[in-house]
Design a protein around this ligand. Structure first.
Ligand SMILES: *Cc1c(COP(=O)(O)O)cnc(C)c1O
Length: 364
């Protein structure tokens, strides 16, 4: 049997055809028709005003901070239980992060959010809230708290395309949202990202994403920008991947259910789904009862050429952020010490799930 990866790319029928069309047109870059089509398909799918295709999800988060005017010593609240890319842009803008722990939803705790606002050294300007592993955070509570405090909410929906909260796509509830099309995400352009939100803000980000060029014949600059846009070749891959997104979500959710069924008799806690939401189940994640039980399982799977991972190590436990303020109650730390991400590729076969489950059962 071939190696089983955690979440490998899964290319559909049309991506190669669209890339070919890009080559036939000669306009592999810069930008072009397929980047526009990709943005349009995200706008239509997420029911969002505007979308900006970028070369990374990290770039989307960075531009969100930039267009919201957050910089130089401003306090930015953030989910601690996330990937570093979620919060690195806080450092790019020389801001001060304040990390907030998760609750039983595995996502940002609204209670600790309130506490963080009171504890922060000054009034926070923004919150970066992650929808972890594609599952929605408690957005009603979070929006209510942040709206009343005038804190801009940026949703890190990098893992969560295809996920919903009530009637809204994840990433479209706060002021701005970031999506990622990195190689391991639910759909991929090999690398890429998208910033979504209101037209006015996204337009401003569009300006910054291409070196902040003034609309003149010659190159005129009043501000500094970045080279953050996506190439037309990758836009073509994105258009093809959007055609299969719903299928990918359906299979990811099915994989989660298959694991749950297969491992039903064990004392495990799977990542929950908050009320009135539909996550994309990007990765199937669960907690073992015993601390460090996941390490033995990861090791046993690796011996059979199967990739699995611990959960994200919380940001407040990272050496990089040892001096950052953190409003935590031990929840994410505890999850990190006994949680696992199981292979969840959308092309994973049922037999492969059985094989993984057998190894899990033999090793706990
Ligand atoms: C993947 C990811 C990002 C960054 O996306 P890139 O496209 O890799 O830059 C940000 N936040 C989270 C939670 C992610 O998983």
């Amino acid at each position: 049997m071939a190696r089983i990866f955690l979440s490998p790319p899964n290319i559909g029928k049309n991506e190669e055809l669209y890339v070919k069309k890009v080559f036939e047109s000669n306009y592999i870059a810069p930008l072009g028709e397929y980047v526009n089509k990709f943005e349009d398909s995200i706008k239509a799918y997420c029911k969002v005003d505007d979308a900006l295709a970028l070369n990374a999800g990290t770039a989307a988060l960075h531009l969100a901070l930039r267009v919201l005017g957050i910089k130089d010593g401003d306090v930015v609240l953030a989910s601690s239980f996330t990937f570093a890319a979620s919060v690195n842009p806080i450092l790019y803008e020389r801001c001060e992060p304040v990390f907030i722990d998760c609750d039983e939803s595995w996502n940002l705790s609204p209670e600790l959010l309130k506490k963080a606002i009171l504890t922060a050294p000054k009034k926070p300007k923004a919150l970066i809230v992650t929808h972890l592993y594609g599952q929605a955070a408690k957005m009603d509570e979070i929006m209510e708290i942040c709206d009343s405090e005038n804190i801009a909410v940026i949703e890190d929906a990098a893992e969560a395309l295809g996920g919903w909260y009530k009637t809204k796509a994840l990433g479209t509830i706060g002021k701005m949202g970031a999506l990622s099309f990195n190689g391991n995400k639910i759909i991929t352009t090999s690398g890429g990202g998208m910033l979504i939100g209101q037209k006015e803000l996204v337009e401003k980000a569009r300006y910054y994403s291409t070196q902040a060029r003034e609309p003149l014949l010659h190159y005129e600059h009043k501000d500094f920008g970045y080279n953050y846009r996506l190439s037309n070749v990758l836009g073509a891959i994105g258009v093809g991947q959007m055609e299969v997104l719903e299928q990918r979500v359906a299979r990811k959710r099915e994989i989660f259910e298959l694991y749950k069924l297969n491992l039903a008799n064990l004392d495990l806690e799977f990542m929950p789904e908050v009320e009135e939401s539909r996550g994309n189940r990007w990765l199937t994640t669960l907690l073992f009862k015993q601390k460090n039980a996941h390490l033995k399982v990861i090791d046993a799977l690796a011996k059979q050429d199967i990739e699995s991972r611990p959960l994200w190590k919380p940001m407040h436990l990272q050496p990089l952020f040892k001096n950052a303020l953190a409003v935590v109650d031990g929840t994410s730390e505890e999850y990190f010490e006994r949680g696992i991400c199981l292979p969840s590729g959308s092309d994973l076969k049922d037999e492969e799930i059985d094989k993984v489950c057998k190894i899990v059962k033999e090793n706990i």
